[in-house]
Design a protein. Sequence first.
Length: 122
Amino acid sequence: MELDIKFDEKDMRIVQGAFAKLVQLGKSDGITRKMANVLREDAEDALEDERSPKGEKWEDLDPAYKKSRYAKGYDGKILHRTGLLMASLNIDYGDDFAAVGVSESYGIYHQLGTKKCLRVRF
């Protein structure tokens, strides 16, 4: 799954300026790796707290689905039924990028939503 986050021009200038200062000070080693780890931690927190990256609470599950889910023994948090989604969080980084994603193919459906699946951003 790949989802790009766009910054407005002002935010981008701030980020670029911060990177330039770090490079100038010789403190840029591993910065994108560290950023990727922060992104992963934010995604883990969102899944754990059932909130979007902006802090908005997720919608409750449909009552009928929730009842069906509980009947099958899944009484935990939203998107925690098997734990595979959280376990599949991974990072990638390079000289000029930092990214977090999931290797489970269904992650994109939760991120964007479908006709049958609520949009649950993490």
